[in-house]
Design a protein around this ligand. Structure first.
Ligand SMILES: Cc1cc2nc3c(=O)[nH]c(=O)nc-3n(C[C@H](O)[C@H](O)[C@H](O)COP(=O)(O)OP(=O)(O)OC[C@H]3O[C@@H](n4cnc5c(N)ncnc54)[C@H](O)[C@@H]3O)c2cc1C
Length: 457
């Protein structure tokens, strides 16, 4: 079969691309998906007991009018809107997110440690002559510079290692942008002294969630608009960029003019594409990612609290985040009053995790953190688990140089890596970014419109 546009992956990026090609009147395209379902990392699953789970807590928020319109059109009113209620568990207390603005909730000794780290006297090492701004060399230095020693020690180091499974000195700080609320000593002191809570930071302050089917419902509905254009159970195995052919694991061959690849870029450049120069293959080896173990603990009942999700920097539990998924939609649980606790544990070579004991360690951690009472162990009515080998693309110090080697070579051969792992840029790797990367790729292919969401600068 010969196609003008061949798309690998029916996650948000691939579906966004297919949808935009169709909107622009292009019919010569096909999406190949290795799984039997669509949605990629943004898929959702309903277990045998009737609980619905995402692959870790997904919150839809958007920076893009096109994405907003598409979301509204797809859900056509079948969604709920929630005010974010996020908390951090430290020293047996719940501190509202963002941590640094709400440290008055900590035990006094810890609150003082946080403030002390922000005092000008403890920040001299960041002063530069002539008022030049301090330029952090890596993520660890950025944490020290922005948060001071106390917040770094109590929250930022342990939490970030739990999420990224990567030492912060291996990571750059250039990806941060709006993602981390930075600290004003004045605001910190004001909130402590006046007893104020300050919880409004960030882009996901209010979020929409599908009424039924979890986050994945969005992409099931998008896929339903592309009937006949998605081939599931088809894994791309070999791409010959000179012959412009793709061979699947089952041995089928497709010819194409341009190819969008939304699976992991390191696998594409090092294993799937034939004939890549050594420099490209070596650069692929520099891209780092972590994986995630997700557990869903379905409970017959228990006290329902209004929190949406919670962060866990301490080592009394394996997870970095727990989502009260029952609060996102009543349809995420089979019966009223039931609870759906969804946990996320990262892993990597720097942070190996034993999979066999994962679920038991999760329930132990939930008990240690007060989310599961001892007597509630008997009310666990569902145990759901999944593992993803590619969860977070790590913004390492060497990432940008690697991308600058890989992507131009691929593009010169009509192969485009886009999306969370196809583009490998965490800061442009959420669902809205991913859909838009697909949309913009389609616009570039059809009309030559420059991309703005995925760039190498
Ligand atoms: C734990 C976690 C929490 C998250 N939370 C949020 C959140 O709160 N908000 C948010 O906006 N985003 C969140 N995300 C990110 C969101 O999941 C991604 O933005 C989105 O799924 C990326 O879409 P994609 O299409 O680029 O990639 P993917 O979702 O990875 O889809 C790629 C698709 O390609 C397929 N594929 C790969 N290789 C091949 C091959 N060789 N042949 C055929 N098919 C192939 C895969 O099976 C997959 O279906 C989270 C992600 C994780 C892991």
């Amino acid at each position: 079969m010969r196609l003008k546009y061949l798309i690998v992956g029916a996650g948000p990026t691939g579906l966004g691309a297919g949808w935009r090609l169709r909107e622009l009147g292009e019919d010569s395209f096909l999406i190949l998906e290795k799984n039997s379902h669509v949605g990629g990392l943004a898929a959702s699953f309903t277990d045998a007991a009737g609980f619905t789970w995402d692959i870790g807590g997904h919150v839809v928020f958007s920076h893009f009018p096109y994405f907003d319109r598409l979301l509204d059109d797809l859900l056509s009113g079948d969604y709920l809107e929630h005010q974010r209620q996020a908390f951090i568990r430290v020293a047996g207390t719940w501190t509202p997110y963002p941590f640094q603005n709400n440290i008055r909730h900590l035990p006094r000794e810890l609150a003082w440690e946080c403030v002390r780290g922000l005092l000008p006297a403890n920040r001299c090492r960041f002063e530069r002559p002539c008022g030049d701004a301090f330029a952090p060399a890596d993520f660890r230095e950025w944490i020290d510079y922005v948060f001071g020693e106390g917040i770094a020690k109590i929250f930022m180091y342990p939490y970030n290692f739990k999420v990224w499974a990567t030492p912060p000195e291996r990571m750059s700080s250039t990806w941060i942008g709006e993602r981390v609320s930075v600290v004003s000593l004045e605001r910190v002191l004001k909130n402590i002294i006046l007893g104020l809570d300050d919880v409004s930071f960030g882009p996901n302050n209010v979020f929409k969630f599908p009424l039924r089917g979890g986050t994945g419902e969005i992409f099931r509905r998008l896929a339903a608009r592309l009937t006949g254009k998605i081939a599931t159970g088809q894994a791309a195995a070999v791409i010959d960029p000179l012959a412009k052919t793709l061979v699947t694991e089952s041995g089928e061959t497709f010819a194409y003019d341009n190819l969008l690849f939304t699976g992991p870029l390191d696998l594409l450049a090092a294993k799937i594409v034939r004939g890549a120069p050594d420099a490209v293959r070596e650069a692929a080896g520099l891209l780092e990612h972590n994986g995630a173990l997700i557990a869903g603990v379905g409970l017959a009942g228990g006290a329902i609290d209004p929190k949406c999700w919670m962060y866990f920097p301490e080592d009394n539990c394996p997870f970095y985040r727990v989502t009260n998924f029952h609060n996102y939609s009543p349809n995420n649980v089979p019966a009223a009053g039931q609870r759906a606790l969804m946990t996320e544990v990262s892993f990597s070579a720097h942070k190996p995790e034993d999979r066999a004991s994962h679920f038991d360690r999760v329930t132990g951690g939930l008990t240690a953190c007060g989310l599961l009472k001892d007597h509630e162990q008997q009310s666990v009515v569902s145990r759901w688990e999944t593992a993803v080998d590619y969860a977070y693309p790590i913004p390492t110090l060497r990432r940008d140089a690697a991308l600058a080697t890989i992507q131009p070579w691929l593009e010169a051969h009509g192969v485009f890596g886009r999306g969370r792992f196809g583009g490998f840029k965490y800061e442009a790797g959420n669902m809205d970014h991913s859909v838009m990367q697909g949309v913009e790729w389609a616009q570039r292919m059809i009309a030559g419109t420059p991309e703005t969401v995925y760039t190498l600068s």
